[in-house]
Design a protein around this ligand. Structure first.
Ligand SMILES: NC(=O)c1ccc[n+]([C@@H]2O[C@H](COP(=O)([O-])OP(=O)(O)OC[C@H]3O[C@@H](n4cnc5c(N)ncnc54)[C@H](O)[C@@H]3O)[C@@H](O)[C@H]2O)c1
Length: 299
């Protein structure tokens, strides 16, 4: 019988489906020093983001049954993909399932900032009624610059257009054929946008640091629902403190859980703890995609 370990849990309906299909599923988190040895007895490992599958774990699992590792989500930065592949393990993810959820969160952060929703929640709970302080702006008529024009950005673009925003985009692969939004160079997106929303992978260095922030419009807003590290948090905090940027919406942090309390507590910041894909619908779709990958692999 094919044995599957879901070390960070799995959507309930996906778990039921896998068992129905005859797979043996164990939902159990192991500490890194135990995981490798445990994996010798499993054919499949399904992880979300908590489990890190690095070299020592792969070394300990090598020579056992493990042949498929699935990252139930987008990105595979918690897995040493090249090393696992060298050791005969196929590594894959579920890139399509969470785009709509992340896009809604990015738009949610824009509303939170434009109308001081995050800040007003905090001050009202302190017994304050700061009506005059919270004169906001409308998203309609504002320019949204999308950095990276992949799956999530395309969802953000549709929603932003429906809200009456003008959408600009940039991507390292260049202009996308038949796209109705305006393509610009990265610098021009920064220069012209009232809101800049980042939807790129993290390649080890910040894409947005002090230089890039300086290129942005005075009083612009920055949204990061992509990956921690894409934005230099120190440069961002400086820009918020100086008033260069009017606000930032942040779901992902350089270190998670983040201890950057100056940034988290900043009154012009709207924060969430990396919940871009944390919706009932996205988790259900991720579960379905996971079941489909496993079924095909063993068919
Ligand atoms: N907050 C969350 O919970 C959450 C959930 C899912 C995905 N994400 C992250 O969102 C990001 C985007 O995901 P996606 O599914 O849209 O990915 P995608 O691969 O579909 O799109 C990414 C796009 O970025 C472009 N790109 C890469 N580097 C670039 C650069 N330097 N400048 C401009 N464009 C660049 C690529 O060409 C690609 O078109 C990823 O980092 C992913 O890990 C976050």
């Amino acid at each position: 019988m094919v044995r599957i370990l879901a070390s960070d849990g799995i959507d309930k309906s996906a778990a039921e489906k896998l068992r129905e299909l005859g797979f043996e599923l164990v939902e159990q988190f192991y500490e890194p020093d135990q995981l490798g040895a445990e994996l010798k007895n499993y054919d499949v490992l399904v992880v979300r983001s908590a489990t890190k599958v690095r070299k020592p774990i792969i070394d300990a699992a090598a020579g056992g049954r493990l042949k498929l590792i699935i990252r139930a989500g987008v990105g595979m930065d918690n897995i040493d993909v090249a090393y696992a592949t060298e050791n005969g393990m196929k590594v894959t993810n579920t890139p399509n399932s969470s785009s709509a959820s992340v896009a809604e969160l990015a738009i949610g952060h824009m509303f939170a900032l434009a109308r001081f929703i995050a800040a007003a929640n905090v001050t009202m709970r302190d017994g304050k009624w700061e009506k005059k302080k919270y004169k906001g702006i409308e998203l309609a008529g504002k320019t949204l610059g999308l950095v990276g024009y992949g799956r999530i950005s395309r969802e953000v673009a549709k929603k932003a257009e429906a809200l009456g925003m003008k959408v600009l985009y940039t991507d390292i692969i260049g202009e996308v054929p038949n796209c109705t939004y305006e393509y610009c160079q990265f610098a021009e997106v920064l220069k012209r946008s009232d809101f800049v929303s980042l939807h790129v992978p993290f390649f080890g260095n910040p894409l947005i640091g002090a230089v890039e922030i300086e290129m942005m419009k005075d009083g612009a807003y920055l949204i990061n629902c992509s990956r921690g590290g894409v934005v230099d948090e120190k440069a961002l905090l400086d820009a918020l403190n100086s008033g260069k940027l009017a606000g930032a919406g942040i779901d992902v942090f350089e270190e998670e859980p983040s201890k950057n309390m100056s940034l988290i507590n900043h009154p012009n910041v709207s924060v969430t703890p990396h919940i871009g894909a944390s919706t009932v619908e996205a988790q259900k779709r991720i579960g379905e995609e996971t079941v489909s990958i496993i079924s095909k692999f063993f068919s």
